[in-house]
Design a protein around this ligand. Structure first.
Ligand code: AVJ
Length: 335
């Protein structure tokens, strides 16, 4: 049963399976595990409180941060062909956020011929409700069924399709998952697909390290603020006393692992008490707190990732000019 009374109108349903209380408990446990681990780590999902989501929106508009623009250009260029190829009855979007990009797919002229349902799946109820309010008037042929949950526990709550299903996992968020997590997640998503269904993934591509590093070290310092803001989020939710300004932002491209690593580096040893956990942790000046990995793909690593999850590549869409910045890939169950 959904945690909170489902919201229902003729064309809108929202089922919520997570609530603040539950998220706080799992946050506290995640933080205890991460900050007592070696090296210290925190999950990138804790970037996204309201202030963090706002800072991320700013990041997507930065001249150095190419992924969002590159993905949008690809969706605009190939949306018609993509939708005519798949003709989905249901579109499910994992990590839907503001659903701004999704409009490009919902807006193709052929959509009313086959598309009847959009299922935004996100951990934030507010952002799903706002997105639905904006979409419903513009797409009268569509009903929206929002599911508020987290990837790890609530994918099974996604309503069944009555026809072909197209699942979207856009924005390069797949890059945040470490290889094992990625295979486990993709295998779970593969379990939601039948032979006719498709999965569309947005992923960032390996390119010259300077271009990648610039995207995470913007001259305006927005990414640095986004990184430090995680500590403000923890201070508020877990009654901690991190001094965010005592931590430097560091983001570099680890070529061997093909990932951007974002870290918070203490300018000197920090002793932090975390009230909700009743613990005090020391972040030594020689240590860092690893806050995000953002993996970049090649065609080889993409193929390997799909094969490991029992999937196959159908279409590889990438930018011509400037070349191969980002890719949107259409995939299906392996034959
Ligand atoms: C939203 C996860 C795709 O990894 O590029 C942006 C988040 N982190 N700048 C990414 C992010 C730093 C972004 N994703």
């Amino acid at each position: 049963m959904p945690q909170r009374t489902p919201r229902r109108t003729a064309r809108l349903t929202i089922d919520a399976y997570v609530d603040e209380g539950g998220m706080l408990d799992s946050m506290a446990e995640d933080v205890r595990l991460g900050l007592t681990a070696e090296p210290k780590r925190l999950s990138p999902k804790y970037f996204y409180d309201d202030a963090g989501s706002e800072l991320f929106e700013q990041i997507t508009c930065l001249p150095e941060y190419y992924p969002t623009r590159a993905e949008r250009a690809l969706l605009e260029e190939f949306a018609d062909e993509l939708m005519r190829t798949v003709r989905p009855q249901q579109i499910v979007e994992l990590g839907s956020g503001s659903s701004v990009k999704t409009r490009v797919l919902l807006g193709v002229s052929s959509a009313p011929e086959y598309l009847t349902q959009y299922v935004p799946f996100d951990v934030s109820r507010g952002i799903v409700e706002e997105a639905a309010e904006r979409l419903l008037p513009d797409f009268p042929f569509l009903s929206i069924h929002g599911v508020i949950g987290d990837f790890g526990h609530h994918l099974s709550k996604i309503p069944a399709a009555t026809g072909k299903r197209l699942i979207l996992f856009l924005g390069g968020t797949i890059g945040n998952l470490d290889p094992d997590e990625r295979t486990a997640f993709l295998t779970q998503v593969a379990g939601m697909l039948g032979p006719e269904d498709r999965l569309l993934i947005g992923l960032d591509l390996v390119k010259d390290p300077a271009t990648i590093e610039a995207a995470y070290n913007d001259s305006a310092g927005v990414t640095a603020a986004f990184n430090r803001n995680m500590l403000r989020h923890l201070n508020r939710e877990l009654t901690a006393n991190f001094a965010p300004d005592a931590f430097q932002h560091r983001a570099f491209f680890n070529e061997e692992e093909s990932r951007i690593e974002m870290h918070l580096v203490p300018s000197d040893t920090q002793v932090v008490s975390i009230g909700v956990l009743g613990i005090t942790i020391k972040v030594d000046s020689s240590e860092t707190i690893w806050t995000e990995s953002s993996y970049k793909f090649t065609k080889e690593s993409l193929h390997r990732m799909l094969i490991d999850a029992g999937m196959q590549l159908d279409r590889f869409y990438t930018n011509d000019e400037p070349d191969e910045l980002f890719a949107v890939v259409l995939t299906s169950l392996a034959d």
